[in-house]
Design a protein around this ligand. Structure first.
Ligand code: SF4
Length: 444
């Protein structure tokens, strides 16, 4: 089965350069916008390395700085009790009386913030399940308390699905809740719960959660109130490429509107891959790329997991399509540090967060963890200066000098500029080792 005449299986072995049917240089240089049909054409035909080249060129135009950024924050999941039943979630507890169901009080959250400040953190990302037992006073009291106790900590909190449920719980319009929370200290709104906007996908993976259009409406309200937000997409479950393109199309449209009409907009786009462990969705059958049939939407009966190739492919295409989003984050939390580093060459200009705590993705089996030192090294080894930023992507600290996090623990100056540079001596040693291995193979 094909869509718009293209085979939906990406070219896994294609090495030859693909000649797009349109002028890709115009897209990279900002003279034209990538259309949805062109995005699909590239997805289906262009080799990954070629897409990476296009995306890297576009990133250079949009983010020509000599640095790449990261933020130090802490994910605080204030409750795991949730009315929704997302099939990709291993974190929520639907029963408030479950032995491991919890809601944090102000003191527990303050303690987490003190620990964050001790390591140089600047913001919290606070999200929860959607807990109907919590009154609006819980949130207002918490926000006002954080602002009073920690006036320099940026509060980035409560995703659109939470606001839609708050509206139901408190019988109040979303706009009014946003205004009240803003008055108490809420600064920006994270893009959690975006998943895939398409109803046919969303209704199957996120029962009990807001629709895609409601998600976008919450963010537009936030933009009108001057609150910056971020946007997300979850890939590698039951969606097909048409659903992803629809998701990106709606984001680009809303961002166009916000940039033209509102005092705030989306600051960044982040996509990540579904992590199956411990989730109900993992019980579905998996698509087998070797059986020769293209993946297609089948009412959610089959899951097509996304590997590193698919992740990078969508990253590069997102970079080319979302020309009105300045920042794209690397998703090393789900892809690991090596693919996270590679992401810097496929459209990402930001390494996201040095996270002190992460509960949601780790509940689904992903346990990658990077220190500030490691994130700085990844950025520097990739050829940029590491720089700590805030939620508005303003640089707080550039790490040029010897006291940079990735340099300060080295007792002696490094004899080589980069650990992975291969000297002529190394190359000769590798070559002779390789020759002796292949000689052994031949003799077996
Ligand atoms: S993903 Fe969020 S909204 Fe969905 S069940 Fe988990 S905690 Fe609830």
């Amino acid at each position: 089965m094909t869509a718009m005449g293209f085979d939906l299986i990406p070219p896994l072995t294609a090495n030859a350069r693909y000649q797009p049917s349109f002028r890709i240089a115009d897209v990279i240089d900002g003279r034209a916008r990538l259309t949805e049909a062109q995005l699909l054409e590239l997805y289906c035909n262009a080799p990954l390395s070629q897409l990476g080249g296009y995306a890297a060129a576009m990133t250079e135009r949009l983010c020509p700085e000599d640095y790449r950024t990261y933020v130090i924050d802490r994910n605080i999941n204030y409750t795991n009790i949730c009315t929704a039943r997302c099939t990709f979630c291993a974190f929520k507890r639907n029963d408030p009386n479950a032995p491991d169901a919890y809601t944090l009080d102000n003191d527990a959250i303050y303690e987490k913030i003190r620990e964050l400040i001790a390591i140089g953190g600047t913001q919290i990302l606070m999200q929860g399940g959607m807990n109907p037992a919590l009154p609006i006073g819980y949130y207002e009291n918490l926000l006002a308390g954080i602002r009073e106790q920690f006036p320099h900590i940026h509060i980035h909190a409560f995703s659109p699905p939470e606001f839609v449920e708050f509206s139901r719980f408190f019988n109040m319009p979303v706009r009014e809740i946003l205004q009240r929370f803003q008055a108490c200290g809420l600064a920006t709104v994270p893009g959690g719960g975006g998943e895939i906007f398409s109803d046919r996908v969303r209704s199957r993976i996120g029962p009990g959660k807001c629709t895609g259009e409601e998600w976008l409406d919450v963010m537009s309200e936030a933009h009108k109130l001057g609150m910056f937000t971020s946007a997300t997409m979850l890939i590698g479950h039951i969606e097909d490429i048409a659903d992803r393109i629809d998701h990106l199309r709606r984001l680009r449209q809303r961002q166009d509107w916000a940039l033209a009409n509102a005092p705030a907009h989306y600051t960044a786009f982040i996509h990540w891959t579904y992590q199956p462990e411990n989730t109900p969705l993992d019980k579905k059958r998996k698509w087998n790329p070797d059986d020769g049939k293209a993946f297609e939407f089948d009412n959610g009966r089959t899951v097509r997991l996304a590997d590193a190739h698919e992740y990078l492919r969508m990253l590069a295409l997102s970079r080319l399509y979302l020309d009105n989003f300045r920042n794209l984050q690397s998703s090393w939390v789900t892809m690991g540090p090596k693919i996270g580093q590679l992401a810097l060459f496929f459209g990402a200009n930001d390494m996201g967060s040095v996270m002190m705590e992460e509960n949601v993705v780790s509940s689904a089996g992903t346990t990658y963890c990077l220190s500030e030192e490691m994130i700085c090294r990844i950025i520097r080894d990739s050829g940029w200066i590491p720089a700590q930023r805030n939620q508005y992507y303003e640089v707080l600290k550039r790490h040029d000098g010897p006291d940079s996090p990735d340099r300060r623990h080295r007792s002696a100056p490094p004899t080589r500029r980069r650990q992975h540079i291969i000297t002529p001596d190394d190359a000769a040693a590798y070559k002779s080792a390789a020759l002796s291995i292949s000689a052994k193979r031949r003799s077996v």
